[in-house]
Design a protein around this ligand. Structure first.
Ligand code: CIR
Length: 250
């Protein structure tokens, strides 16, 4: 069960962050409304939400997931793969220090939390443009001390591993594109979706948050007989972000 979340309010310059999408510029008012609705949904799932203020040095700072990997034993502070995002992790490390002993990913390693998918004691780490093999190795060293197992998965066509595949509980993965039908995931029940932006779902204490606008994925998830909340995150998608990216849950 998650009891806490850390999120960060999108800054005035959110639209100056990194993006490959061609969906246009985020609207400031809608961005803030969607962020507030996201925080409310986390609270509805029983999570106490700490909202950090924006830091205008970091337009991508609201995508806090990338800055750390938090387990019940420790918080591993990331060294972000995009050089212009480095530094975002410091405010997060300060916030997490109250709750967990900190470990750090050190140069030359890079690691973004969006590349780390946890399934119980198993961690899948995507080797992507943002996360390198040394990053996976250093994460393995930090987590294996606590009995966790880490394996790597190549990521080619999307930003992060969890852009294309997420674990929603009940031994079930939601997967799209290069991750649908992948051998490494044969042991799971699978919801393979062709709505590519819909695979980034978030399981919060048994409730599944799914991005709004993807009816096939939402109805496949409802068949799991678990509560499903659809959240509009159109403005975050414009900056390549999804549901998991917006919080650190622990
Ligand atoms: C970036 O390119 O780093 C941000 N604009 C989006 C990060 C999204 N984070 C995530 O998928 N975990």
């Amino acid at each position: 069960m998650f009891t806490r979340a850390i999120v960060r309010t999108p800054g005035e310059n959110f639209c100056d962050g990194i993006t490959t999408s061609r969906l246009g510029r985020p609207d400031r008012r809608k961005t803030l409304e969607q962020h507030t609705a996201y925080c409310d949904a986390l609270r509805d799932c029983g999570v106490e939400v700490s909202v950090l203020t924006a830091d205008e040095r970091f337009p991508d700072g609201c995508f806090v997931e990338d800055t750390a990997v938090v387990t019940e034993d420790c918080a591993v502070i990331a060294r972000l793969g995009a050089p212009e995002r480095r530094g975002e992790e410091e405010a997060i490390a300060d916030a997490l220090a109250a709750f967990r002993p900190l470990r750090r990913i050190e140069e030359p390693a890079t690691l973004d939390g969006g590349d780390v998918m946890r399934v119980s004691d198993q961690f899948y780490v995507g080797l992507s443009k943002r996360t390198n093999a040394e990053g996976a190795l250093q994460l393995t060293s930090a987590l294996s001390e606590h009995g966790h197992v880490v394996s790597t998965i190549p990521v080619n066509g999307v930003l992060h591993l969890k852009t294309g595949v997420t674990f929603v509980g009940d031994n079930t993965l939601v997967a799209t594109g290069e991750f649908a039908g992948r051998d490494e995931f044969n042991a799971f029940c699978r919801i393979d979706v062709d709505e590519t932006a819909a695979a980034n779902c978030l399981n919060v204490n048994g409730t599944i948050l799914v991005p709004a606008g993807f009816p096939k994925t939402a109805s496949a998830l409802r068949r799991l007989r678990r509560p499903v909340i659809e959240l509009d995150i159109s403005e975050f998608r414009k900056m390549d972000g999804g549901l998991t990216c917006l919080s650190l849950l622990f």
